[in-house]
Write a protein that binds this ligand. Structure first.
Ligand SMILES: [Zn+2]
Length: 246
């Protein structure tokens, strides 16, 4: 399974506003619509973090590069990417008259964090620190975005480190949350042969782990010995167990 980790940074909309609190801004008052500043991405299991931005290349080239990576991916791991990164990138593809990217599975770690736990904050920075995995790259705040939009090279260098660190952090969080992702695309579909395969990590080190009796039909349960995911056999217990899971 080709798993791509991805994160984008965007510029805010520039608008005319009569006030600063609780504003309802009419689209007529948009001076400049927000846009994608940069992206960082990494193939899971590979070291290199790829990156491009409107500072390092043209907007069009930046968009084409991430489009090609997305089209190569079977699954994309992100943090809130279902609502943020992927729709924004789709909008960039639409603007450039690109076809919709090849279909991929979304692995949104924010959704897993919200569903499975009750942390006081589900922000990537908080979750990563809670798990002892490090933190986001520290920067001076919103003025970094202002400086990038003004083309300041020093600000862009920081943005690059910040964007890339987000992808590294997302990968670390992915590895820890892996057994908790209950809708992970099934590795069993990507492995040849009839051996039992962990849905979440692709390992064949799975052990029998009791019997599931949620319906009238019992199923064999398994536990992945590599990532710890709880798994369920695909066939009724009377039959021979077949590959894969949950
Ligand atoms: Zn596993």
């Amino acid at each position: 399974m080709r798993i791509l980790l991805l994160d984008i940074e965007t510029a805010p909309h520039k608008v005319y506003s009569w006030g600063i609190w609780n504003q309802d801004i009419n689209p007529d008052n948009i001076i400049e619509q927000g846009y994608t500043l940069s992206w960082a991405a990494k193939w899971y299991g590979q070291k290199q973090v790829m990156y491009n931005s409107i500072h390092d290349s043209s907007r069009k080239k930046m968009v084409r590069e991430i489009y090609a990576l997305i089209c190569d991916a079977d699954a994309i791991v992100h943090y809130n990417g279902t609502k943020f990164d992927m729709p924004i990138l789709n909008q960039e593809f639409l603007f450039d008259s690109l076809d919709p990217p090849t279909s991929y599975a979304n692995i949104d770690l924010l959704k897993t964090a919200r569903k499975q736990f009750r942390l006081p904050s589900n922000k990537l920075d908080y979750v990563a620190q809670y798990l002892g995995l490090g933190s986001k790259f520290k920067h001076k705040g919103m003025s970094l975005w202002h400086d990038c939009m003004d083309g300041c090279p020093k600000a862009w260098a920081i943005m690059k480190r910040y964007n890339k660190q987000d992808v590294n952090l997302t990968e670390k969080v992915y590895e820890v949350l892996l057994p908790w992702i209950d809708n992970h695309p099934n590795w069993g579909h990507f492995v040849d042969g009839q051996r039992l395969t962990c849905r979440n990590c692709g390992s064949d080190r799975v052990k029998k782990n009791g019997i599931e009796r949620k319906t009238t039909v019992p199923y064999q349960r398994y536990r992945c010995q590599k990532c710890g995911a709880p798994l369920k056999g695909r066939t009724m217990l009377k039959d021979q167990p077949q590959p894969s899971t949950r």
